[in-house]
Design a protein around this ligand. Structure first.
Ligand SMILES: NC(=O)c1ccc[n+]([C@@H]2O[C@H](COP(=O)([O-])OP(=O)(O)OC[C@H]3O[C@@H](n4cnc5c(N)ncnc54)[C@H](O)[C@@H]3O)[C@@H](O)[C@H]2O)c1
Length: 251
């Protein structure tokens, strides 16, 4: 592992979850200091494990006041934020006719509004310094319609369009904006999804066979894609969705 994020300050949301934890660990190995944030109080474990390098903030990224607290804490304790990884998200698996207004709002807010709020708070400092990188965790659901994922596909599609739009607005200011298009990942998110199915074993087999690579991803494989997009090796990449999906969207 190269120390390509030496001296950098990173904010990672969804940091108590599978992908978020893996990304935080890789950023730390790469020399960064990380503000790890999640709605789950379990995020505090990360700071206990690496005091000084990790600052944990329990916060709801769908609320502007909480987002303000995340960045104020990061700036005060770690310095100006160089990289934002907007990774928090969750799914409710339903078709349009079964989705309540509240379910629609919760999924849109967690996956799309959160990205807007986090970016809006990160950008002024990045603009002032003429440098920054933003990565959002998207999905196969950002680019295709999947069964019974009405609100989630809409939210992850909106996220991708905001990635493209911000890439255009901010490229000339030295700020890159990209997304990872994740396939299925071995995290609590996937476990909960499978448990909600009538036949979890059949669901697992179907998911694995949907990925030409024949399996789902481990969180580290998605974190690797996040770090690539966030870092100097992707210096000419912006407005892009990197499909880390085992070939799923290539069919
Ligand atoms: N696991 C998969 O199969 C899969 C596939 C494609 C994309 N994704 C995306 O990957 C990202 C990471 O998910 P994961 O697989 O690590 O799942 P996860 O459930 O392990 O982690 C997601 C984290 O986001 C947090 N979160 C949710 N809503 C929040 C809010 N309002 N404020 C703050 N934190 C909040 C949760 O508490 C959780 O810790 C998500 O955006 C998800 O949509 C996951």
């Amino acid at each position: 592992m190269t120390r390509s994020f030496e001296g950098k300050t990173i904010v990672v949301s969804g940091a108590a979850g599978g992908v978020g934890r893996a990304a935080v660990a890789l950023f730390i190995e790469s020399g960064a200091r990380v503000c790890a944030t999640d709605i789950s109080p379990a995020v505090a474990d990360l700071e206990r494990d690496a005091p000084g390098d990790i600052v944990a903030v329990a916060a709801d990224v769908t609320k502007a006041a909480d987002v303000e607290n995340i960045f104020a804490t990061a700036e005060q304790r770690l310095g100006p934020v160089d990289v934002l990884v907007s990774n928090a998200g969750f799914i409710i698996s339903k078709s349009v006719h079964d989705t309540s207004e509240d379910e629609w709002d919760r999924v849109m807010n967690a996956n799309a509004k959160s990205f807007f709020l986090m970016s809006r708070r990160a950008l002024p400092s990045m603009l002032a310094r003429g440098n920054g990188s933003i990565v959002a965790t998207g999905s196969i659901s950002s680019v295709v319609g999947l069964p019974e994922q009405a609100a989630y596909c809409a939210a992850k599609g909106a996220l991708l369009q905001l990635v493209r739009q911000m890439a255009v607005d901010y490229a000339s200011h030295g700020i890159r904006v990209n997304a990872v298009g994740a396939g299925s990942i071995n995290t609590p998110f996937l476990t909960r999804y499978l448990e909600g199915l009538d036949d979890p074993a059949a669901g697992e087999a179907a998911i694995k066979s949907a990925h030409p690579i024949g399996r789902w991803a481990e969180p580290r494989e998605i974190a690797d894609a996040i770090l690539y997009l966030a870092g100097p090796n992707a210096s000419f990449v912006t407005g892009h969705i990197l499909m880390a999906d085992g070939g799923c969207s290539a069919r």
